[in-house]
Write a protein that binds this ligand. Structure first.
Ligand SMILES: O=C(O)Cc1cc(O)ccc1O
Ligand SMILES: [Fe+2]
Length: 463
C-alpha cells in the first residue's frame, strides 16, 4: 500500500470514528446537513428551502397499516428521476430467487471461507450468492450472500429486490448512503433498506498494523425480499431485553456535491439490482446528494455485543429464537420469512443439562455463520467466514467431540465468550446456487462430524 493510500485509509477511518448518529429503531427520524434545509410543517412545499428537490421514498405501500408503513422524504440537489436509461450489466456471482440452478439438497452442507478475490474487487463485485428461497419479484423469501472485497466502491449500488443486512466478519466498512454515513466493524451489522443508494468503502482492520497492508473486507449478507426486518415481540420477557431499540443507530444527513465550487461533477456509475439482475447507468452527478431528510425508511447499524442475552437460570436451554435480533414476519403469525439470530457471549448455568445446542430436526432452515472465535456446538471445521446450511428437517446438532465433552463436563457456571455466531433462519428451504453446490470451498465430509456417536443404550440398566 502506498503512503498516499495509507494516509487515505487512515483519514477514512478517522471520518468513520468521528461519526454521530440518531438513536432508535423504527423512529420517525429527521436530519439536515445544512441548517434550514428541512421543510417544516409540510413535506412538499411549493418551493423547498435552499432550492432542493423534495422526493418521497416508499418502502411500503401507501395504504399499509400505520404500524407497518415506511417512507422517507428526501430533500436533494437533483431529483432521483434525473438519470439516463439503465442497461444490463454482468451479475457476477450474484444470484436471485427463484433459485433453480440446483435441486434442493437435504444434506447438511458446510463451507470454508470464500477464496481471495481478484485485485480491484469492490463490495458489489465481491458478492457471491450461496442460495436462498422465495421469489424476488413476489417480494417473498431471502438470499444468503457472502462478500470478499479488496477495493472501495467508486460506484453506487441500490437493491430494488430487498433490504440488505450486512454482517461484517473481517474489515471495517464505511457506508456512504443517501441518508448519511455509517461505520460498521466485525461484530456490528448494517441494514440498507430496499432501494436506498449506497457505496461501501473499506477501512481495513481497526489495529494500526493491519492498516499498513491493503484493506480487505469479508462477511455475510442476508438479502430479505420479504417484509422489512422488525424487532421481535417480547411476550413474557417484558418491556425490555434482546436488542434494545435505542441501540440502533441511523445516520445524520451528509451529502456529496462535486459541483459545489463551480467544478464539473465526475460521472458516477449507479448499479441497480432489479428482479434478480444488475442494471447500470452513468449519472452526471452523485445520487448521494440528499441534504436533509425525515422518515422511518432509513438505514441503521447495531452492535451485536449490546444484545441482551436471555437464557435459562434453571435447566435446559430455550430454543434459539430467544436470541432473535430482527425478524421478517411472513403472512402466518409466528412464522418468519427470515429471522436474524445471534449467539453472543453469555453465561451457561443450567443444572443437569446438556448445555450445547441439542440434537434436532427443524421445519425451519438454518444458515449459520461465524463472525469470530468458535461456536459451542462444533469443536472444529466451522470457522470464521465459513458457514453451514441445515435445511428443512435435516438432522444436526453437536459434533461427536462436543457431545462427548459436554456429556462428561462438570456443570459449573461457565462463561461462553470465545465467539460470535449468527443464524439466518427461514421458513422455506434454502436452495444452493450452482457455484455453492460445486464450490471448491464446500467441505467434502461434513457428515463425518456425526460419525462415531456410539450406542450407549443398555435395556434394563443405567449406562
Ligand atoms: O443448530 C444450531 O446450532 C442452532 C441451534 C442452537 C440451539 O441451542 C438450539 C437449536 C438450534 O437450531
Ligand atoms: Fe439448528
Amino acid at each position: 500500500m502506498s503512503g498516499d493510500a495509507r494516509n487515505g485509509a487512515t483519514a477514512l477511518r478517522k471520518t468513520a470514528e468521528a461519526l454521530t448518529y440518531l438513536s432508535g429503531f423504527g423512529n420517525e427520524h429527521s436530519s439536515e446537513a445544512v441548517p434550514g434545509a428541512l421543510p417544516q410543517g409540510r413535506n412538499s412545499p411549493q418551493r423547498v428551502p435552499l432550492g432542493l428537490y423534495a422526493e418521497q421514498l416508499s418502502g411500503s405501500a401507501f395504504t399499509e397499516p400505520r404500524a407497518h408503513n415506511r417512507r422517507s422524504w428526501l430533500y436533494r440537489i437533483r431529483p432521483s428521476a434525473a438519470h439516463p436509461a439503465f442497461t444490463r450489466t454482468d451479475n457476477g456471482a450474484l444470484r436471485s430467487a427463484p433459485f433453480t440452478e440446483s435441486v434442493p439438497d437435504p444434506n447438511r452442507l458446510r463451507w470454508n471461507p470464500l477464496p481471495e478475490p481478484a485485485p480491484g474487487t469492490d463490495f458489489l463485485a465481491g458478492l457471491w450468492t450461496l442460495g436462498g428461497n422465495g421469489d424476488a419479484t413476489q417480494r417473498t423469501g431471502m438470499a444468503v450472500h457472502l462478500y470478499h472485497a479488496n477495493s472501495s466502491m467508486e460506484r453506487v449500488f441500490s437493491d430494488a429486490d430487498g433490504e440488505l443486512l450486512i454482517v461484517p466478519e473481517q474489515g471495517g466498512l464505511l457506508l456512504r448512503t443517501e441518508f448519511g454515513l455509517l461505520h460498521v466493524e466485525p461484530g456490528h451489522v448494517a441494514l440498507i433498506p430496499r432501494g436506498v443508494r449506497f457505496r461501501v468503502e473499506l477501512l481495513g482492520d481497526a489495529s494500526d498494523d493491519a492498516r499498513t497492508t491493503h484493506p480487505t473486507a469479508r462477511g455475510y449478507v442476508c438479502e430479505n425480499y420479504g417484509a422489512p426486518f422488525q424487532l421481535p415481540d417480547l411476550g413474557p420477557i417484558g418491556a425490555n431485553g434482546l436488542a434494545n431499540p435505542r441501540d440502533f443507530r441511523a445516520p445524520v444527513a451528509a451529502y456529496e456535491d462535486a459541483e459545489a465550487d463551480g467544478h464539473t461533477a465526475e460521472p458516477v456509475e449507479v448499479v441497480n439490482k432489479f428482479c434478480g439482475n444488475l442494471w447500470t447507468a452513468m449519472y452526471d452527478h452523485s445520487p448521494l446528494d440528499v441534504v436533509a431528510w425525515h422518515g422511518n425508511h432509513v438505514p441503521y447499524t447495531y452492535d451485536l455485543r449490546l444484545f441482551n442475552v436471555i437464557g435459562t437460570i434453571s435447566y435446559d436451554h430455550p430454543d434459539p429464537s430467544i436470541f432473535t435480533v430482527l425478524t421478517s414476519p411472513s403472512d402466518t403469525p409466528g412464522l418468519a420469512g427470515v429471522d436474524f439470530v445471534v449467539f453472543a457471549p453469555r453465561w451457561l448455568v443450567g443444572e443437569d443439562t446438556f448445555r450445547p445446542p441439542y440434537f434436532h430436526r427443524n421445519v425451519m432452515s438454518e444458515y449459520m455463520g461465524l463472525i469470530e472465535g468458535a461456536y459451542d456446538a462444533k469443536a472444529e471445521g466451522f470457522v470464521p467466514g465459513g458457514g453451514s446450511l441445515h435445511n428443512m428437517m435435516s438432522a444436526h446438532g453437536p459434533d461427536r467431540e462436543t457431545f462427548e465433552r459436554a456429556s462428561a463436563a462438570e456443570l459449573r457456571p461457565q462463561k461462553i465468550d470465545d465467539g460470535l455466531a449468527f443464524m439466518f433462519e427461514t421458513r422455506w428451504p434454502v436452495t444452493a446456487t450452482a457455484q455453492a453446490a460445486h464450490a471448491e470451498h464446500l467441505q467434502a465430509s461434513y457428515d463425518d462430524v456425526w460419525q462415531g456417536l456410539e450406542r450407549h443404550f443398555r435395556a434394563g440398566g443405567r449406562p
